[in-house]
Design a protein around this ligand. Structure first.
Ligand code: ZN
Ligand code: ZN
Length: 193
């Protein structure tokens, strides 16, 4: 059974992941499972920036994908960057298998505000849906509230929902059907065309 694999990578508190798995499963209609893939974060550390290179994390994450992995979502605590940006909340392969999200800047404490567990969980869900959306081929969307809006700051995450707008949902459906069909190579039950 193809699943979305959720991979905690050296995270201190993995208690967010079970709830995340349930919500992702409801969103993408695919089973999720929390699993282990060895990623050596040390090798992705940039001494000059004191941050971790998200593309290198992604590279390790997808090096040997498990057979039943439809998508792989890595979750880290550390601060991620790509060379052209100060930081990123996450990164994904457009139309690929892998995505990674960082919880570092999703906690209120990062902004010297009182922690709010529910808010952190909500931000994690939105960023995870967003990055997985990219792996299903979705690009950034300008529809207000759509989860595929790009987020530069945490305020942008808070302003959008965890849902796809109708346009994104339509392209996602096509993509979901396509990838499941590719895996099974027999007519997909419930297919209407
Ligand atoms: Zn994006
Ligand atoms: Zn959209």
């Amino acid at each position: 059974m193809p699943s979305i694999f959720i991979i905690p990578i050296e995270i201190g508190d993995d208690s967010y992941l079970e709830e995340l798995g349930k919500s992702l499963s409801a969103t993408f209609h695919i089973k999720t499972k929390i699993a282990n893939i060895k990623v050596n974060l040390k090798e992705t550390f940039d001494v000059r920036r004191s941050q971790y290179n998200s593309s290198l994390v992604l590279q390790q994450l997808i090096a040997n994908p498990p057979r039943d992995a439809e998508k792989i979502l890595g979750v880290v605590d550390v601060d991620l960057f790509i060379p052209i940006l100060t930081f990123v909340f996450g990164e994904a392969q457009l139309g690929g298998i892998g995505a990674v999200v960082s919880m570092h800047r999703l906690h209120n404490r990062f902004y010297a505000m009182p922690e709010n567990r529910e808010l952190t969980a909500e931000r994690l869900l939105k960023e995870s849906v967003h990055e997985l959306g990219h792996t299903f081929g979705l690009i950034h969307c300008t529809q207000p509230g759509c989860v595929m809006n790009s987020s530069t700051y945490v305020e942008n995450i808070d302003q959008k929902s965890s849902e796809f707008c109708s346009i994104c949902r339509r392209s996602l459906k096509k993509e979901e059907k396509g990838s499941v069909q590719k895996l099974f190579r027999f007519p997909w039950p419930g297919k209407k065309e």
